[in-house]
Write a protein that binds this ligand. Structure first.
Ligand SMILES: *Cc1c(COP(=O)(O)O)cnc(C)c1O
Ligand code: SF4
Length: 323
C-alpha cells in the first residue's frame, strides 16, 4: 500500500529536511542526545505543505528539532500530565469518569516536537496481546465505563485487520456506548484513509467519534479534505484538537482561519490545549494571559460553535480544566 510506503520513507534525518526545503545554513539543530531520544519524523504529505526556504513556517516548527529543545527547565518534565500515575492496567489510562484511554501503539506517523508523550516509555507501556486481554477484562468489569478512547501513539497506524479485531472486541462489552479515536493520521497521511477499506468503523453498534489533531490551517489541503469526506461517509462525529503553540498558531487571526477551514471540512473545533510542560518544549509556550487575550478576540469574530475550549491538563484533575 502506498501509505505504508510513505510511512517507511518518511524523513528521519534533519539534513534531509534541510536539503528538501532549502533551509539556511544557520538553521540550528538540537543536540544528538535530544534527537536520539525523540527523532525527527515527518511524512511527505506534511512536508509538502511547508513553504521552501522559510525557517519560520508554522508547519516546519512543529516537526523541526530546534536547538531550543536542549534548554533544561525545572518546570518542564518528562511526564507533565501524570500519565504514568493514571495507569489502571499497563497501556490503559483512566483519569476521568466514564472513559478510559487505551494506548494501542507507541508509533506515530509524525513526531510533533511539543508532544506531551515525547518521553513516554512506549516500549514498556503500549499494549501487547496479553495486556490487551487484561485491559478488556478491566473495562468489562467496570459498568461505569461507557467510552473507550483508542490512542497512542496514533491508532490509525495499525492495519485495518488489527483495528477491526479491536472494534469487534469492544463491541462485545455491553455497557460501552462510544468508541473514540485520537489521531493525526488523516492530516499527515491522508492516503491511509483514502486507500483503505474502513468497514471496521461501522461494524459495531458503538457510536464513533474521531478527534483529529491539526494546529494550523495550512495543514488542511485538498487531499486531507477528500480523506475527511470519506471518514464522514462512515457516520461519525469529527472533532479537532489543537495545541496553542508559540510561533505556530499564537494569533487570533490564525485560529479563526483554522476554525473556519475545519468547519468547511465538516470538522468541529473541540479543544485548544495549553502546552503541557514537557521537557524540550518550553520554547512553544504561550503564557496564560496571552492565551486568554487571543481567545477573547477569537470569540468576538466567530460563532460560538467554532470556538474551541481553551483547556489545561492538570495532574490529578477530574477533567481538562477550562482556562
Ligand atoms: C484527554 C483525556 C481524555 C478525554 O477527555 P475528554 O474531555 O473526554 O475529551 C480521557 N482520558 C485521558 C487519560 C485523557 O488524557
Ligand atoms: S501525533 Fe500525537 S502522539 Fe504522535 S507525536 Fe504528534 S502529538 Fe504526539
Amino acid at each position: 500500500m502506498a501509505w505504508q510506503k510513505q510511512l517507511r520513507s518518511a524523513l528521519t534525518k534533519p539534513e534531509q529536511l534541510i536539503a528538501r526545503l532549502g533551509l539556511g545554513e544557520h538553521t540550528l539543530l538540537s543536540s544528538n542526545n535530544t534527537l536520539d531520544a525523540f527523532p525527527l519524523l515527518a511524512t511527505e504529505p506534511f512536508v509538502s505543505r511547508i513553504q521552501p526556504g522559510n525557517d519560520a513556517d508554522p508547519l516546519l516548527k512543529q516537526i523541526f528539532p530546534a536547538i531550543e529543545e536542549d534548554v533544561k527547565s525545572n518546570e518542564y518534565i518528562d511526564d507533565p500530565v501524570g500519565d504514568l500515575d493514571s495507569q489502571a492496567r499497563p497501556g490503559l489510562l483512566q483519569k476521568y469518569h466514564g472513559r478510559v484511554l487505551l494506548i494501542v501503539t507507541g508509533a506515530c506517523p509524525i513526531h510533533c516536537r511539543y508532544c506531551f508523550r515525547r518521553h513516554y516509555p512506549y516500549a514498556e507501556n503500549s499494549i501487547n496481546p496479553k495486556q490487551l486481554d487484561e485491559a478488556l477484562r478491566y473495562i468489562n468489569n467496570d459498568k461505569e465505563i461507557t467510552e473507550v478512547i483508542l490512542s497512542g501513539g496514533d491508532p490509525l497506524i495499525l492495519n485495518d485487520k488489527k483495528l477491526s479485531e479491536l472494534v469487534e472486541q469492544l463491541h462485545t462489552i455491553p455497557h460501552l456506548k462510544r468508541i473514540r479515536f485520537h489521531t493525526r493520521t488523516p492530516i499527515v497521511l491522508p492516503d491511509r484513509i483514502l486507500e483503505s477499506d474502513l468497514s471496521w468503523l461501522t461494524q459495531s453498534k458503538l457510536k464513533t467519534i474521531m478527534v483529529l489533531h491539526c494546529n494550523h490551517p495550512n495543514e488542511l489541503d485538498e487531499k486531507v479534505k477528500t480523506a475527511i469526506n470519506k471518514l464522514a461517509e462512515h457516520n461519525m462525529l469529527l472533532l479537532n484538537q489543537s495545541v496553542l503553540l508559540r510561533g505556530v498558531n499564537d494569533r487570533a487571526e490564525i485560529l479563526i482561519q483554522l476554525s473556519e477551514k475545519l468547519f468547511e471540512f465538516n470538522i468541529q473545533p473541540y479543544y485548544l490545549h495549553m502546552l503541557d510542560p514537557v521537557s524540550g518544549a518550553k520554547h512553544f509556550n504561550v503564557p496564560q494571559e496571552q492565551a486568554i487575550t487571543i481567545m477573547d478576540e477569537v470569540r468576538t469574530k466567530l460563532p460560538g460553535y467554532l470556538v474551541p475550549n481553551l483547556v489545561r491538563e492538570c495532574k490529578g484533575g477530574l477533567s481538562k480544566l477550562p482556562v
